[in-house]
Design a protein around this ligand. Structure first.
Ligand code: GLN
Length: 284
């Protein structure tokens, strides 16, 4: 049945807002994204054709129905923008988040522009961090590991599509496949949510891999593991470890880094003003 595009959007947004509790602007943006995806048109097209009659494809109704059950937009359309690049995103990987762009910026600030250097990304998922670093520092060799073969397949596809053939992808449980290899810099967006955090039962997170989200009672299990092993994999004299964490974990993370002998320990806030990334320089 055809209807005015304007009405299709208004009706879809109304249903999303009522069912998922989204605010009206967010709901409108989401239906626009779904419709653009099925029509293969940019958002500017929808805006220009707002008053047109349109036969909405049945795939639009299917996607809207799935969204109404809570499935994340990024999984429905199979992609998410991160650091100016478009990443394939499936339920095998965490959906790249804007706050993680801070981790990339802080890593780039510590990677020389014109000298070869070795970078390691732990728990790469879609490859968003590793590929963003590789694209912005072409002379750098980036190694990315993940313990999930499914995630590695997604990262491999992203690396090929985004033309980062030099990215080295390894199947590894943190450092297990790296023997005694050392790097100039190590980054990670590890799981860091407390296992009992009610946040895990809400919104998009319910559909994401739990192994990429939760890390023990206080959420710091993997951060402790990474901080303990990283000094053995950072070059002498001194290499940086940078990782993302929860808004209330800054103090705990700084303590862990100092206990492992890191210096220059600091926490940097994201755009929302929340403690988000901690850094440390390994001892000589
Ligand atoms: N920031 C994410 C969330 O709370 C968690 C991501 C992670 O564990 N690395 O939804």
């Amino acid at each position: 049945m055809s209807a005015g595009l304007h009405d299709i959007l208004r009706q879809g947004a109304g249903r999303l807002a009522a069912t998922l509790g989204l605010d009206p602007r967010e709901a409108r943006l989401e239906v626009q994204i779904l419709l653009c995806h099925v029509l293969d048109k940019p958002r500017s097209w929808l805006i220009r054709h707002d008053r047109d009659e349109l036969q909405a494809p049945s795939s639009y109704a299917d996607l809207l129905a799935r969204r109404l059950t809570g499935e994340p937009i990024a999984y429905l359309i199979g992609k998410r923008e991160f650091f100016g690049l478009e990443f394939k995103t499936t339920p095998a990987v965490l959906i790249p988040r804007p706050e993680t762009e801070l981790l990339v910026e802080l890593a780039l600030a510590r990677i020389p522009e014109n000298r070869p250097c070795k970078v390691l990304d732990l728990g790469t998922g879609s490859g968003a961090i590793a590929i963003s670093l590789a694209k912005n520092r072409p002379q750098v060799t980036v190694t990315a590991i993940d313990q999930s073969l499914e995630a590695l397949a997604v990262a491999r596809e992203n690396a090929a599509r985004l033309d980062t053939p030099k990215l080295r992808l390894l199947h590894s449980n943190w450092f297990s496949a790296l023997a005694s290899e050392t790097f100039d810099l190590i980054v990670s967006n590890p799981p860091y949510v407390e296992a009992a955090d009610p946040h895990l039962q809400r919104g998009d997170v319910r559909f994401e891999p739990l192994s990429a989200l939760a890390a023990g009672v206080d959420g710091l299990d993997d951060i402790r593991r990474i901080a303990a092993a990283a000094p053995h994999h950072l070059k002498k004299p001194g290499g940086w470890l940078l990782f993302e964490h929860g808004y209330n974990q800054g103090e705990g993370c700084r303590k862990i880094l100092r206990q492992q002998g890191f210096s220059e320990v600091a926490t940097i806030c994201d755009l929302a003003g929340l403690e988000r990334v901690s850094v440390g320089l390994s001892a000589d």
